[in-house]
Every structure is written in structure tokens, then in C-alpha cells.
Design a protein around this ligand. Structure first.
Ligand code: SAM
Length: 355
């Protein structure tokens, strides 16, 4: 079972990561940027960015971009690890368009990748990839597109952005820091039954009703402003257990998914981007938890069906399958990667080619 609670894993791994970071960092004083030997990167001004790039070689091998004079897209730039690998492999050929909705990721990656001429970085939601590419006169993606869905390590371990129950901060959790909906709005304004829905469906929280009730009761007297206040409410609402998973994990995951519309966006972009791939173009996707993977698996399966018409159609009008799966089962990180970066054990990669 791939039930993953990233918050929990991250909080456990956090201290180890800090130690590793210090060991690996090399400095380049000229541009004030630090670059690590492997996966963890950060710079040394007031803004620091930490990330792991998961299944880097597997993902980039899958889109076959070596020396290709084609268009590639990274829908989730983050700390730029996958984009950087694509650019290395392109070796000056083709063009890469990389998107992220989080300005921290954009600022960090712009600096990391500033030497590459065949790169365009765009600060927008990946659901707008096609509209953005069309502005550059691009009518199809002939190379490939990758997505590494979910939150970045940087976001989840940020002390100020409200993703983590480990730090006391405002309830925020927005990837896009300009958007209106925050975790605060949801916790303090959503109806009780809406909270139950979110906690059950996006967090698989068995005590959804109790927690939603406790939130509704608490906010009658005072607003729930911070991560620690929310933890307190959750703790009081549920029986204490010896579980290795922190009691707030599922609620935090659920709120993050709702704030960022994550599952709906994944579904939307998969069905939108596949027809925009040229025949032979490849789509390769990393998902971090079972909810994401289920959407990817279903979308790939539906788009690879011999006939995609509704059962009411008397004759087939759909034109046949859009995709051919490269492997039926998802690819997983190898033991070596899991040993270095334990949270990666929950990642699944699915790849398909446009036909
Ligand atoms: C797991 S990280 C990607 C890490 C990246 N592959 C790397 O190598 O560093 C996911 C990134 O996707 C971004 N993201 C999430 N939803 C998005 C959306 N709808 N549109 C654009 N970017 C999004 C997040 O802001 C985050 O930076």
C-alpha cells in the first residue's frame, strides 16, 4: 500500500538532511550560490531553497531527450533538478519550457539555470502550459513533458509557509503566494461537512468528523490562526495512539491538497496535455502518494483504450487511443536512492507515448 504521509517522513528525516547538507555543499562565492554534490541545493542569502530531485535519471531517460532538437516541457520546475538534467542531455539542442507556480522555485531555478540559452522559465500554473506555449508559436510538443507532482521539500520544510506542523506559523500552505485561498480560510470559513469531505477524501483521516466538529466548535470563540493552534484542536479531538504517524499528518495533507487544488489540477492537465503531444512525444510523471498516482493511472489507462467514446455512441468517433503505456506497472526508485532519501520510497513513475 502506498499510503504516504510526506509531512511525517519529512519531519523525521529533517535533522539527518541538515547534516547531509552541510557535508555536501560547495560554494561559488562569485554569484553567492551554493551547489551541492548531489541532490540538496541552497543559496546563502536571506532566501534559501532546499530540495531533493527524485528518480532523476529514470525520469529523464524515459523522455529520450539526448541531443534532440525538439520541444520539452517540465511542468513542475521546483528546484530545477529535472530541468537541469534535461538541459544537460539536450546539449544545446531543442528547447525546454519549465513552469512553476511558486515564485521561490522560479527565483532559485532561474539562478541555477541561468547559463542555458535553450530554456524559458514561466511562473504560471501548469494547467496553462498550452496557452503559454502558443504565445511562443508552438503548436505541439514533439519531445516530451514531465511532471513531478506535489509539494517540494523546500515548501514542506519552510518555517514560514505553514505547510509543516513542526513550525508555528500562519495557516497558509499556498504554492502560489498570490492566490486568495489559504489554509486559514478553509479552517475558519468552510462548513463543517466540507471539512469532513476534505479530511476524509484528501487525507484519508478516519477521525474526520470529530476533527471537523472540534474545529467548528473552537472557531465559534476564536479564529484558528496558526499551525500549532490547529494541532492543539486536532490533538484534543482524537484518541491518543502510539502510531508512528503524527496525529496532524492527514489533516495537513488534506488542507494542502485543497488549498492548491492539487488533485483536480493533475486530472485537468493530463487530459489537456496529451492531445497536445505530437505522435511519438512522451509523457512521464512522478506521483508522491496514492491519491495522485490513482489519477495518473486512470487517466493513462483511459487515454490508451482502443475506443474512448461514451457507450451511447453507436459508432466509434474518438479516433482510437491517444497513448501507449511504456510499462504497465509503475517504475519505483532503486534501493540506493531510497537509502539516501527515504521519503522517495513512495514515489511512482508512469510513462506513456503519444500514438
Ligand atoms: C516536487 S516539486 C518539483 C521538484 C523538481 N522536479 C526538482 O527537481 O526540484 C513540485 C513543484 O511543483 C510546483 N507545482 C505544484 N503545483 C503546480 C501547478 N499547478 N502549476 C505549476 N507548478 C506547480 C510546486 O510549486 C513545486 O515547486
Amino acid at each position: 500500500m502506498n499510503k504516504i504521509y510526506f509531512y511525517d517522513l519529512i519531519n523525521k528525516e529533517n535533522n539527518k538532511d541538515k547534516i547531509k547538507m552541510h557535508k555536501n555543499i560547495k560554494t561559488n562565492n562569485k554569484n553567492n550560490t551554493f551547489k551541492s554534490d548531489d541532490n540538496i541545493q541552497m543559496n546563502n542569502d536571506s532566501f534559501s531553497y532546499k530540495h531533493f530531485t527524485v528518480m532523476k535519471n529514470e525520469l529523464i531517460n524515459s523522455i529520450k531527450c539526448d541531443n534532440q532538437n525538439k520541444i520539452y516541457v517540465d511542468g513542475t520546475l521546483g528546484g530545477g533538478g529535472h530541468s537541469e538534467e534535461i538541459l544537460k542531455r539536450l546539449n544545446g539542442a531543442g528547447h525546454l519550457f519549465s513552469f512553476d507556480i511558486d515564485i521561490d522555485a522560479i527565483n532559485y531555478s532561474k539562478k541555477l539555470l541561468e547559463g542555458y540559452k535553450n530554456l524559458t522559465i514561466i511562473n504560471d500554473n501548469y494547467i496553462n502550459i498550452i496557452e503559454n506555449l502558443e504565445k511562443f508559436g508552438i503548436k505541439e510538443i514533439d519531445g516530451g513533458v514531465i511532471f513531478d507532482f506535489g509539494a517540494s521539500y523546500h515548501q514542506l520544510t519552510s518555517e514560514s509557509r505553514g505547510f509543516s506542523f513542526k513550525f508555528d506559523s500562519k495557516l497558509d500552505m499556498r504554492f502560489d503566494q498570490k492566490s486568495d485561498l489559504t489554509a486559514y480560510e478553509i479552517v475558519n470559513k468552510y462548513k463543517e461537512d466540507e471539512l469532513v469531505y476534505i479530511f476524509s477524501n484528501y487525507g484519508e483521516e478516519r477521525y474526520s468528523k470529530r476533527i471537523a466538529r472540534a474545529i467548528a466548535e473552537t472557531r465559534k470563540n476564536k479564529k484558528i490562526e496558526t499551525t500549532f493552534m490547529l494541532c492543539e484542536v486536532i490533538k484534543k479531538a482524537i484518541p491518543s495512539t502510539n502510531s508512528r504517524i503524527h496525529y496532524a499528518t492527514r489533516v495537513f495533507q488534506a488542507l494542502r491538497i485543497e488549498v492548491n487544488n492539487e488533485l483536480k489540477n493533475i486530472k485537468k492537465i493530463l487530459y489537456k496535455i496529451v492531445p497536445f503531444l505530437k505522435v511519438g512525444g512522451i509523457i512521464s510523471v512522478l506521483s508522491f502518494h496514492s491519491l495522485e498516482d490513482k489519477i495518473v493511472k486512470t487517466a493513462f489507462k483511459e487515454m490508451s483504450k482502443q475506443c474512448r467514446c461514451s457507450i451511447n455512441e453507436p459508432v466509434c468517433i474518438c479516433g482510437g487511443p491517444l497513448l501507449k503505456l511504456i510499462t504497465k506497472k509503475p517504475q519505483l526508485p532503486d534501493d540506493n536512492e531510497i537509502a539516501i532519501n527515504p521519503p522517495s520510497r513512495s514515489v511512482k513513475m508512469r510513462t506513456a507515448v503519444r500514438i
